[in-house]
Design a protein around this ligand. Structure first.
Ligand code: UDP
Ligand code: MG
Length: 314
């Protein structure tokens, strides 16, 4: 049995020492072969240098170095592609995903589950606004998509090789990993834990990035925003038709009513607004279609440390 641990790292220098100490202690107790794949997502601090030093002292730590910052979802995708293990565990570098849980993950895996995901019982060290918006996002997306995306679940999970091979078959660019993990299916089970605050450093996501992340999730897994406009349009046309009938009858019975300016303005502005919103929704999907058809490589690796030369070409 080989276990691959995948760590996306972006400016995580202050966390690496604690991370590797805790992770390697846990992995050594498991008595199985392991590899730790660190994807350096274009860090601007000394993360890469430190990772290479770690690789030299422990060849089981392997490093993939991106040519620039491509974002967490893509770093994770790359790590999963490079992983050779029978089971793969993505884990955050900031110790918000306690490595000690890996033992429980392995136990469930040995019970025959293909995916063991970790559900947060609580999230500490996150602002009220982030918790509320995250909660709302999971509620909304679960109503919008037929794919069951478990709530309060991050990327920290164990995946069997079968699941990894299935994930690798999904070629899309806008990779909302939580959705993709669920979409592939397989026998899944949750274990619960309390999510500690980030150990050191700061979160790499601001609200604008989170908003775009949410949009990626929704547009990748639901076409409801695209379809709902035909129904809203239909409803508005119906109301407009009723109003028009009323206006015609009133004109026929009471004669020509000169003002009329207000109603025309209201209807025009309202319809203009509806049209702009619906155009915007189409634009969101269209921009993603545009990205998909370009078929650019997802990421570009500058160099690798610890992988055999012929296995990966980019
Ligand atoms: N990360 C990354 N690329 C990015 C942003 C983040 O590889 O562009 C990594 C980061 O180093 C960490 C993980 O993704 O290991 C989670 O990031 P963070 O802790 O900032 O997110 P949060 O926990 O606040 O959602
Ligand atoms: Mg974090």
């Amino acid at each position: 049995m080989v276990l691959s641990v995948v760590i996306p790292c972006y400016n995580e220098e202050p966390n690496l020492d604690d991370l590797f100490t805790r992770l390697i202690t846990v992995l050594d107790q498991l008595h199985l072969t392991y590899e730790i794949i660190c994807v350096d997502d274009g860090s601007r601090d000394h993360t890469l240098k430190r990772l290479i030093e770690y690789h030299h002292s422990n060849p089981m730590i392997k490093v993939v170095n991106f040519s620039r910052n491509f974002g967490k979802e893509i770093a994770l995708t790359a790590g999963i592609e490079y992983a050779k293990g029978d089971a793969v565990i993505p884990i955050d570098a900031d110790l918000q995903d306690p490595p000690e849980l890996i033992q429980d993950l392995i136990l469930k895996w040995q019970d025959g589950y293909d995916v063991v995901y970790c559900k947060r019982r609580s999230r500490q060290g996150e602002t009220w606004l982030k918790q509320k918006t995250a909660g709302a996002f999971y509620r909304i997306i679960s109503k919008m998509t037929p794919v069951p995306i478990p709530r309060d679940t991050g990327d920290f999970r164990l995946m069997d090789r079968r699941v990894v091979e299935a994930l690798k078959l999904l070629p899309e660019r806008h990779r909302f990993m939580k959705g993709l993990f669920s979409w592939v299916g397989f026998k899944q089970i949750a274990i619960e834990y309390d999510r500690p605050p980030r150990s050191k450093g700061e979160t790499k996501w601001n609200y604008w990035q989170l908003w775009n992340f949410a949009l990626d999730g929704i547009t990748s897994f639901s076409s409801l925003p695209l379809k709902v406009w035909s129904y809203i349009g239909l409803l508005i046309s119906l109301l407009a038709f009723i109003y028009a009938t009323f206006l015609i009858l009133r004109t026929l019975i009471l004669g020509i009513d000169v003002p009329g300016y207000a109603s025309i303005m209201v209807v025009t502005l309202f319809l203009g607004g509806v049209q702009l919103v619906s155009l915007g929704v189409i634009g969101e999907y269209l921009s993603r279609v545009h990205d998909e058809v370009k078929r650019r490589p997802l990421y570009i690796v500058r160099d690798c440390y610890g992988f055999e030369k012929d296995t990966h070409k980019n």
